[in-house]
Ligand binder design. Structure first.
Ligand SMILES: *Cc1c(COP(=O)(O)O)cnc(C)c1O
Length: 395
């Protein structure tokens, strides 16, 4: 299976068939498994093989299929599925540190990731240093012999800064730290994070992996040693395991993810080019645009693909941003991303509302900033809609 190309892996990878030889993956919606006799139960609690399950919090055949398929796609030895993206981030970080350890993290983070570092880990005596993730000198100055983890979003939310995975990995590895990458915005389709030196890769499967807004899920990918030796004990005892039903939704999502994400990124590029320089905008941020600060890195790190999200900084602040949102006729106002439906978000009043004004300025979350997650609609319809809404924003 590992010789297959991506799309073949995504359709057939990790398949386990029951005695009925079903075509579509079965949903094993069961919490437990029956042992043939007491001796078998005893043996399985001592050591269970890959096809021997005990309890759904520890593992389940549908969940295993999802883990194997996504590990094949990402090119890691193993994966552990989690109940949500945040269960995955929490597991990945918390399983690696103890009181007294040091973590270096990029400061441009999803709000809940920031909460885990600033509130939860810090309360348990882990010291955190925040850096500008795009500045390798800051990473170099921040790492120490007791640094256990370097953490960042490879493409930040919502300002779409791209962080140099290979550059940070070299610095982190020089002090023996583990590189944990939240790779949601880069997507598993365009990611080559393993080749670039990431040790642990995390996805919210709620985003592009489901891709149709149905279920929460997450996944952590890495070496077999890390996944089974370090992460699994943490996850299986703290309860962040993925439901078999949601694992099935994600498995079916993987079958089409390559087609969906490529089409969405292509449309995102077209919209970015259509609105670049528009009079209603302070700036159009899209990593696939030549004028993006890290466009050269996008070429090497992501094969030139700018992802499925763009951010539009509209002239006239919050009032103009709200006029823009309310004038759009196709995109829905919500806060997911990576969905088949185009979704627009005003970060300053929703996802990033709780940041202080200083933090918002520091992270570039301006009052006029809109996060625009591009879906699967016809690009011509979306471009026409965006252009008329930009005009309406200035009326
Ligand atoms: C959505 C998201 C998460 C959290 O995922 P959930 O599935 O909502 O728990 C973490 N990191 C990033 C970058 C995200 O976009």
């Amino acid at each position: 299976m590992s010789d297959w190309n991506k799309r073949t892996k995504l359709v057939h990878g990790g398949i386990r068939r029951s005695q009925y030889n079903e075509v579509s993956e079965a949903i094993f919606l069961t919490q437990g498994f029956v042992y043939e006799n007491a001796e078998q139960a005893e043996a399985r609690f001592i050591e269970s093989g890959p096809d021997e399950f005990i309890y759904a919090r520890y593992g389940n055949p549908t969940v295993s299929m999802f883990e194997q398929r996504i590990a094949l796609l990402e090119g890691t030895e193993d994966a552990f599925a989690a109940a949500s993206g945040m269960a995955a981030v929490n597991g990945a970080l918390t399983s690696l540190v103890k009181s007294g350890d040091h973590v270096v993290s990029a400061k441009a983070l999803f709000g809940s990731c920031l909460h885990i570092l600033e509130n939860i880990l810090a309360n348990f005596g882990v010291e955190i240093t925040f850096v500008d993730g795009t500045n390798l000198d800051e990473w170099r100055a921040a790492v120490r012999p007791d640094t256990k983890v370097c953490f960042f979003e490879s493409m930040s939310n919502p300002t779409l800064e791209v962080i140099d995975i290979a550059g940070v990995a070299e610095i982190a590895h020089s002090v023996g730290a583990t590189v944990v990458v939240d790779n949601v915005f880069s997507t598993p389709v365009f990611s080559k994070a393993v080749e670039q030196g990431a040790d642990v890769i995390v996805y919210s499967a709620t985003k592009h992996i489901d891709g149709q807004g149905r279920a929460l899920g997450g996944v952590v990918l890495g070496t077999k040693d890390y996944i089974r030796g370090t992460l699994e004990p943490y996850m299986k005892h703290t309860g962040g395991s993925l439901s078999p039903f949601n694992a099935w939704v994600m498995l079916k999502g993987l079958e089409t993810i390559d087609l969906r994400v490529r089409a969405q990124a292509e449309t995102a590029q077209k919209i970015a080019e259509a609105v670049e320089g528009n009079e209603a905008l302070l700036r159009a941020i899209y990593p696939g645009l030549k004028n993006h600060a890290q466009n050269a890195l996008v070429q090497t790190q992501l094969g030139g693909k700018g992802g499925t999200v763009l951010s539009l900084d509209i002239k006239g602040g919050k009032d103009a941003a709200f006029k823009f949102l309310n004038a759009l006729t196709i995109p829905v106002i919500s806060n997911n991303l990576g969905d088949a439906k185009t979704i627009v978000t005003h970060p300053a009043t929703t996802t990033h509302q709780r940041l202080s004004d200083e933090q918002k300025v520091d992270l570039g979350i301006n009052p006029g900033l809109i996060r625009f997650s591009v879906g699967l609609e016809d690009d011509r319809d979306l471009i026409a809609d965006v252009l008329q809404a930009l005009e309406a924003s200035q009326a």
